[in-house]
Design a protein around this ligand. Structure first.
Ligand code: ATP
Ligand code: MG
Length: 417
């Protein structure tokens, strides 16, 4: 019986992997320009870390986590909690008052696999720790917008504020009153959420629920003075940086730790998997996880599968499979002998070189050279070999005449430079 990959787990094979590499390279380049440093964390963490940060009454913790129940450990469903755990554990706040960190890697959630929704998926995640300044909120969103722009991906930015522990309870109570009047028309999830996490009713995708909440009170009108000032400055700073956005009072995000600014980058080109990046501010979370008191933070995560799908939809994204410099082709034992060592020496000199070891026909070897996108082919013919030379052919420009060349790594490297 053939063994296949698990449902919702996907291989990324050559032909597709180049887009992933392109995405990572472009993102790293942008993150560096914004002065971010990379951090890498393990995939397994104590279950308690996610329960405490993401929140017990969230979809992720309630039903999506891969947990080894007997060992009380969980495969990370998102990056922020692990990143903060590492930040606290290594006292990174001592080294720098404001840390700007990014991480790239797989996350795990047991949900129904669909296009753009997997069980092992990948995120590019960025976090700024130690600053409460609304300029940072806008700067982060501007970084996201810049990255999407450089990838040639069309997105819109949606913005909301979730207030803080001072102003949210008042709003929450008002929202519960609004929801309770309409409880009979809501889906069973929302009926349950009203008690556990009423704000989640606002982003329910069920059409019947959406209809019910169109006129729900807006949190944006219930912010305390500090949150309101913060929100105003975020918006004016986005304006100053030329970043377009829409306010969305229904965007509450699925994680408990958010406060004040929340945002999502949305695409119209992926059906219901519309969010390509999402994040927000979490000013109480570092302290909750045992870090220094009053340490603010903000971050967002970009879903790489969804971005790759969008890149695949582009006609021209300039991503080509990796090419090699030289293909060494020859027939017979003598050619194989000469080519084998030469190939290694050229690789030591920094060139990308391929060679056939299976004794295929010369025609087949030239086909392989073309497929590999080789810039040059070195043909080891019997006549030339006796003279210690070979034929060098330019594979990209057929007008350039092929030339006989000494089989010395130095002269070959020079000729194909
Ligand atoms: P969604 O509403 O699509 O379920 P989410 O709110 O659960 O998203 P976050 O936890 O905010 O997602 O994660 C940030 C980003 O990671 C999302 O905007 C999305 O692009 C991506 N993402 C989340 N879950 C998945 C998944 N199962 N498969 C692929 N990408 C995902
Ligand atoms: Mg989700």
């Amino acid at each position: 019986m053939k063994i296949k990959a698990l449902k919702g787990f996907k291989d990324i094979v050559p032909g597709e992997v180049e887009l992933w590499q392109y995405l990572e390279k472009t993102a790293r380049n942008v993150f560096e320009r914004f002065h971010f440093n990379e951090i890498r964390m393990p995939i397994l963490e104590e279950t308690e870390l996610f329960a405490r940060s993401i929140g017990e009454a969230t979809d992720i913790v309630e039903k999506e986590m891969y947990t080894f129940v007997d060992k009380k450990i969980t495969m990370r469903p998102e990056a922020t909690a692990s990143l903060l755990r590492a930040y606290i554990e290594h006292g990174l706040y001592v080294q720098k008052p404001v840390q700007r960190l990014f991480t790239i890697g797989p996350m795990f959630r047991h949900e129904r696999p669909q296009k753009g929704r997997l069980r092992q998926f990948h995120q590019l995640d960025v976090e700024v720790l130690g600053s409460e300044n609304p300029l940072v909120d806008a700067e982060l969103m501007a970084m996201g917008a810049l990255l999407f722009g450089e990838l040639g991906i069309n997105v819109s930015l949606e913005l909301n504020s979730l207030g803080c522990p001072k102003c949210r309870p008042g709003y929450r109570a008002k929202l519960i009153r609004y929801i309770e009047d309409r409880l009979d028309s809501l889906c069973s999830d929302c009926k349950r959420r009203t008690a556990t996490n009423p704000l989640r009713v606002l982003d329910c995708k069920v059409p019947g629920c959406r209809e019910q909440i169109v006129d729900a009170p807006s949190i944006q009108e219930h912010l305390c003075d500090e949150c309101s000032d913060h929100f105003t400055t975020v918006q004016s700073s986005l304006g100053q940086l030329g970043i377009e956005f829409q306010l969305n009072k229904f965007m509450v995000r699925g994680l408990d730790y958010y406060c004040r600014t929340t945002f999502e980058f949305i695409t119209a080109d992926l059906g219901s998997q519309a969010a390509v990046a999402a994040g927000g501010r979490y000013d109480g979370l570092i302290e909750t996880l045992g870090g220094p008191k009053k340490s603010p933070g903000i971050g967002f995560a970009m879903g790489m599968e969804r971005i790759v799908l969008l890149l695949q939809q582009q006609e021209e994204n300039g991503v080509k499979p990796a090419e090699i410099d030289l293909f060494v082709a020859g027939l017979g034992e003598k050619a194989a002998q000469a080519g084998y060592g030469l190939t290694h020496t050229l690789r030591q000199k920094g060139l990308a070189v391929a060679m056939d070891h299976e004794g295929r026909s010369l025609k087949s070897q030239m086909k392989q050279a073309n497929k590999a996108g080789a810039r040059y082919a070195l043909i080891l013919g019997e006549d030339e070999l006796t003279k210690g030379s070979g034929i060098l052919r330019n594979m990209k420009d057929k007008d350039v005449e092929q030339q006989e060349i000494l089989l010395a790594a130095g002269s070959i490297a020079e000729a194909i430079k």
